[in-house]
Design a protein around this ligand. Structure first.
Ligand SMILES: [Zn+2]
Length: 356
């Protein structure tokens, strides 16, 4: 299963993986990654061509959003489509479904991303986000899907080989737009539970936006609005902001950097709640955020929305094996169609920025 070559990038060195234990395999992967970073050495996906270069790229991560059935009883996109105008615009004007996943229109196109990583079982955030951020086959390296945190043995891969670090290594500017408490991740037992995106940002020196930045609109809360920071983290002085205002703040941050990463997790939480009302509310919040973002985002920015696995698109259960939702909007978006798998995202981002 893990040795199936389908969907792997041509040119990626294939190791006799099953004969290596996990630690040795990881070390080989890291060595190869470092060598590849030095030589700029990756081949392009088959059929790829020169990308119309966007001036910058905004990678907007939504946890647990897949492409589901066109069924209003189970899919909140189908239930609430009339109240998700910005999503619909970005997705080409119609709802992508399992039967018709590649929707496109003047403002964007849907890129369905296989999240199964050629592995049985339900995709999980730890391995899925690691694959997204590094281009490597995290489930195969770990031996199974794992989440929601990054497996400890895969942390060096995320820390040393993330798309953020590789953009910086190539001399580009990069930002992680999320606000985090200064104390994160701390030293308590809970601090061992680390998600891939802040882990990559911290290792790249980009976990540098805290409550002051949030108060000044130079950061965005992971939940989009500031309510949690105000009520749970003791910063009641922070302004209450609308999702649209948060989107405008993200647009301003992305305007200052070649690559900006932002992560939102509440969509996965809403999927786990198995409540249609919660799922619809979570998508409506993201829709309003996208509305504010698009109003202010520079037209030479390529917006790439990606998820790590399905969940919210089917409120009957938790994670699904449905394709993860990808959306591309902006200069070079047509080349995003070369992606069909979580592992293709990082190579695509680097090529779009002219790095590899
Ligand atoms: Zn989940």
């Amino acid at each position: 299963m893990g040795l199936v070559l389908r969907a792997h990038r041509p040119g990626l060195v294939r190791y006799p993986e099953r004969r290596l234990c996990g630690r040795r395999l990881l070390h080989r992967r890291l060595r190869h990654a470092r060598r590849s970073a030095r030589t700029g050495g990756r081949s392009r996906p088959q059929g790829s061509s020169q990308i119309d270069k966007p001036a910058r790229l905004l990678l907007l991560f939504l946890d647990g959003v897949g492409i589901g059935e066109d069924h209003a009883d189970i899919n909140p996109f189908a239930r609430a489509r009339s109240s998700l105008p910005t999503f619909l615009q970005l997705m080409g004007g119609s709802l992508p479904t399992l039967g018709n996943a590649h929707t496109s229109g003047p403002r964007g196109r849907v890129i369905p991303l296989d999240a199964t990583l050629d592995m049985d079982g339900l995709p999980q955030s730890g391995t899925g986000q690691t694959a997204l951020l590094t281009g490597e086959d995290a489930a195969d390296l770990h031996g199974r899907h794992f989440g929601p945190w990054v497996p400890v043995a895969l942390r060096p891969l995320v820390e040393q080989h993330s798309v953020l670090q590789r953009a910086l290594d190539a001399g580009r500017s990069a930002a992680f737009a999320n606000a985090y408490p200064r104390s994160w991740p701390g030293s308590s037992r809970r601090s061992r539970f680390i998600a891939a995106l802040p882990l990559a940002a911290k290792a790249a020196g980009l976990l540098d936006r805290h409550e002051e930045a949030l108060g000044e609109g130079r950061a965005v809360s992971s939940e989009i609005v500031n309510d949690g920071w105000r009520t749970h983290l003791g910063h009641d002085w922070l302004p209450e902001i609308s999702p649209q205002e948060a989107g405008a703040n993200l647009a301003a941050i992305s305007g200052d950097h070649d690559l900006t990463l932002y992560a939102h997790y509440a969509t996965d939480d809403a999927g786990h709640s198995q409540s249609m009302d919660d799922a619809v509310a979570a998508l409506q919040r993201v829709d309003a955020f996208l509305e504010g973002l698009l109003e202010q985002m520079a037209s030479d920015t390529l917006l790439l929305v990606t998820s790590d696995h399905g969940n919210i698109e089917d409120v009957r259960a938790g994670h699904t094996r449905n394709p993860a939702l990808g959306i591309a909007s902006g200069p070079g978006e047509e080349h995003a169609q070369e992606m069909s798998d979580l592992r293709h995202v990082t190579p695509f981002v680097l090529r779009a920025l002219g790095i590899e």
